[in-house]
Write a protein that binds this ligand. Structure first.
Ligand code: SRM
Ligand code: SF4
Length: 564
């Protein structure tokens, strides 16, 4: 059940809060000073998100504290902006120190290529955010009704094109930030500038109706799930350089159980542009959403519904008239893969990169698997960088040849390579955070994954599918933070140990999964999937992915899901 004042609460009040916030200031400064409560002032939680911070409470402790008439165990989640997921060893070490001092001694990589810190107390928020800024990161606008972290294919082995795509991700990310100085005043002790509020030329006083997301894909990999994004750029490469970008619009995942007017939607390619035109395109797309997005019903306020309701033709005409030039024709592109290849890779320039599988993105120390310590030790000697992938994994990138063995040894000693021996399904599986921190969680996700995978792996083994890559995604609610409707198999939480099962998304992220069965427990999911996996093993065509097979065999209807 959602806590009050989440993003799905009364839309009108969020619009009024933004309009009256004096450039996202509200009464945040007062709320942060108040030592009587661990929370901030109730009207300010929506504003706090624009600063990259979510007020949460420990949901494991909620009932007990309620029983003891204590206020919820308030704590904060802090999300970083990290375009393209690049992080230096010095930055890694700074974040590591912050999570040990102020947070839950874990770093959480996200499906949007950045880090979240969980469990920060109000009294430590300012020091935490200052520490993040000292490490040359920001948390500004990583949440809220605004453009979020821009993601792109992280593989440095693709050198020149990747570098251009990463440069574009950084540029988009920076140029689309809000102009308010509220963040600097509140967290970094900058002086208050007058007159307030500062003009927001792109966003205006009420910002966007809802969050906005951009991804850049570099074919043949669709690891960013480009069609899940409000705006997607798909790189077109010529002679090892970024020559053009196809433009996809109107993608998004979230829906609401029981509300058939809400649904996940795939982005559609509307044309192409030159790389230097991408920023202009992004600004005008955002401006259209600012002006035409639904500001009455927050459940239908994402950009995908603006496209769905007004039509693609209307949108392209509006975009071209604002740009003052016409889009070029879409250019051919092909995706042949998704997900990350773990293990060693060598770039064109001979540099080496080690991709580490991070189960559910949780970098913590648990028993023999000491990911937090292992990455810390590696960061101490590594001279290249780290890349967070859009699948919650980490690439130790650009490793100096003389460090290769040492880094591999450290990785092995701390259990970072343990997943190498496990199934291909486990390697690709994604799950969202869910309990105990997510205020919107309905069922377990991250914490359920080890049990689910542990039960599924013997089934895969028996069916001879251990090496078969199958895209499994689990989320604790229908919001879709692990992009489940693009999974070949997806479990979407709807209540304690109760999930909706979806089947038949394409392995390349260009077809949505269809609803398969309701009210399935985790054990029930294994029972449900066992005969399907055996049937798949027996009747698939050569190289036929599970999602395509499920569609061909009629196990997936091919109907895109709706919230009902
Ligand atoms: Fe998400 C809300 C976690 C990627 C769709 N998401 C949340 C919140 C902040 C819950 C809340 O509003 O109170 C979750 C915090 C949990 C926690 O305790 O940390 C949360 N989302 C995440 C992360 C950490 C999942 C993960 O395990 O990696 C991802 C952080 C991304 C980042 O770094 O910025 C994350 N969320 C996504 C994605 C995937 C993506 O962007 O590629 C989606 C689906 C794509 C999309 O946006 O359509 C996604 N999150 C949502 C939604 C549904 C929005 C909608 O259209 O209805 C919500 C709820 C909302 O906004 O009201 C949500
Ligand atoms: Fe929370 Fe997971 Fe739902 Fe996202 S999908 S809002 S992380 S339970």
């Amino acid at each position: 059940m959602a806590t009050p004042d989440t993003e799905t609460s009364d839309f009108d009040s969020v619009e009024r809060i933004k309009a009256g916030s004096r450039g996202l200031r509200g009464k945040l400064a007062e709320g942060l000073r108040d030592e009587v409560t661990g929370a901030i002032l109730p009207g300010d939680t929506a504003l706090l998100k624009f600063h990259g911070v979510y007020q949460q409470d420990d949901r494991d402790a909620r009932n007990d504290r309620q029983h003891r008439k204590l206020e919820p165990a308030y704590q904060f989640m802090v999300r970083l902006r990290m375009p393209g997921g690049v992080c230096s060893p010095a930055q890694w070490l700074a974040l590591d120190e912050l999570v040990q001092r102020y947070a839950s001694a874990s770093l959480r990589t996200t499906t949007r290529q950045t880090f979240q810190l969980h469990g920060v107390l109000k009294r430590d928020l300012k020091q935490t955010i200052q520490g993040i800024n000292e490490a040359l990161f920001t948390t500004l606008a990583t949440c809220g009704d605004i453009n979020r972290n821009v993601i792109c294919h992280p593989n440095p082995a693709l050198s020149r094109v990747h570098a251009s795509a990463h440069g574009l991700a950084e540029r988009l990310s920076t140029e689309l930030l809000p102009r308010t100085r509220a963040y600097h005043e509140l967290w970094l002790d900058d002086e208050c500038v007058t007159p307030l509020p500062e003009p927001e030329p792109l966003y205006g006083a009420t910002y966007l109706p809802r969050k906005f997301k951009i991804a850049i894909a570099i074919p043949p990999s669709n690891d960013v799930d480009v069609f899940a994004h409000c705006l997607g750029f798909i790189a077109v490469t010529e002679n090892d350089r970024l020559a053009a970008l196809n433009i996809s619009v109107g993608g998004g995942m979230g829906m609401t159980h029981g509300d058939g007017t809400t649904f996940p939607r795939l982005g559609q390619v509307i044309g192409s542009c030159a790389p230097e035109q991408a920023l202009d395109v992004a600004k005008q797309v955002i401006a259209i959403q600012r002006d035409f997005g639904n500001r009455v019903n927050r459940r239908r306020s994402r950009f995908k519904y603006t496209i769905e309701d007004r039509g693609l033709k209307w949108f392209v005409t509006e975009l071209e008239s604002r740009l003052g030039w016409s889009l070029n024709q879409a250019l051919p592109f092909t995706f042949t893969s998704r997900g990350d290849l773990t293990g060693w890779a060598t770039g064109d320039d001979g540099r080496r990169h080690l991709t580490i599988r991070v189960p559910s993105g949780r970098i913590a120390d648990h028993g023999a698997t000491r990911l937090l310590t292992g990455f810390r030790e590696i960061a101490r000697i590594h001279t290249g960088d780290f890349r967070i992938t859009p699948n919650q994994n980490v690439i130790i990138a650009n490793i100096e040849p003389r460090r290769t063995e040492e880094i591999e040894d450290l990785a092995a000693t701390h259990g970072l390579l343990a997943t190498r021996r496990q199934s291909a399904l486990r390697h690709q599986a994604l799950s969202c955070v869910s309990f105990p921190t997510c205020g919107l969680a309905m069922a377990e996700s991250e914490r359920a994954m080890p049990k689910l995978l542990g039960r599924l792996e013997p089934v895969l083994q028996a069916a001879g599918l251990n090496e078969q890559s199958i895209d499994l995604r689990v989320t604790g609610c229908p919001n879709g933070c692990a992009r489940p409707y693009l999974g070949e198999i997806a479990l979407v939480g709807k209540g304690p140990d109760s999930y909706k099962v979806f089947l038949g998304g394409s392995a390349l992220g260009d077809r949505l999964a269809s609803f398969y069965q309701d009210n399935v427990s985790l054990d029930g999911a294994v029972t449900l999937l066992e005969p399907l996996l055996h049937e798949y093993a027996a009747t698939r065509f050569e190289s036929e992915p599970f999602g395509d097979w499920a569609l061909r065999q009629g196990h997936a209807s091919g109907e895109p899901p709706r919230g009902a």
